[in-house]
Design a protein. Sequence first.
Length: 127
Amino acid sequence: MGRAGPTGPRFDAFERALHALWGRALTTLGEITLGAIVDRVLCVAAERYPLLSPLSVGTTGVCFDDIRPSVGEGPNRMLQDACRFVLIELLTVIGNVTAEIMTPALHAKLSTVGVGQTNEPGDRVVA
C-alpha cells in the first residue's frame, strides 16, 4: 500500500479503504472473525468479478500483491464496479453482524480515504 501501482490512484484508494476498514473493525471483531468475514466477501466478489480472485486475506488484512499485475493500467469500469461491490458488501456484512453498531464508525473511517491520497507517517502497511 502507498505505492502507486499499475492500476492507478483509484485502485490504490480501494486498497487504502480496505486497510482502513480492517484496522477499524479489527478491535471489535477480532482477527479470526474479521478474516472470515472479509474472506467470504472476497469469495462472493470473485464469483461475480473473477478479476478479484487474486485477492486474499492474511493476518494483517487483504493481500494485494497478486492482483496488481493482473488488473492492468488505466480506467477499468469492471474493476471500478468490483471495488465498489466489495466495499458495499463488506459494510453490509459487518453491519449485519454487529447490528449496525459499527456502521457509523466504518463510514467515518472511509470518509478519510481519498483518491490520490498517500499513507500518513506511521500508517501500517497491509501485506
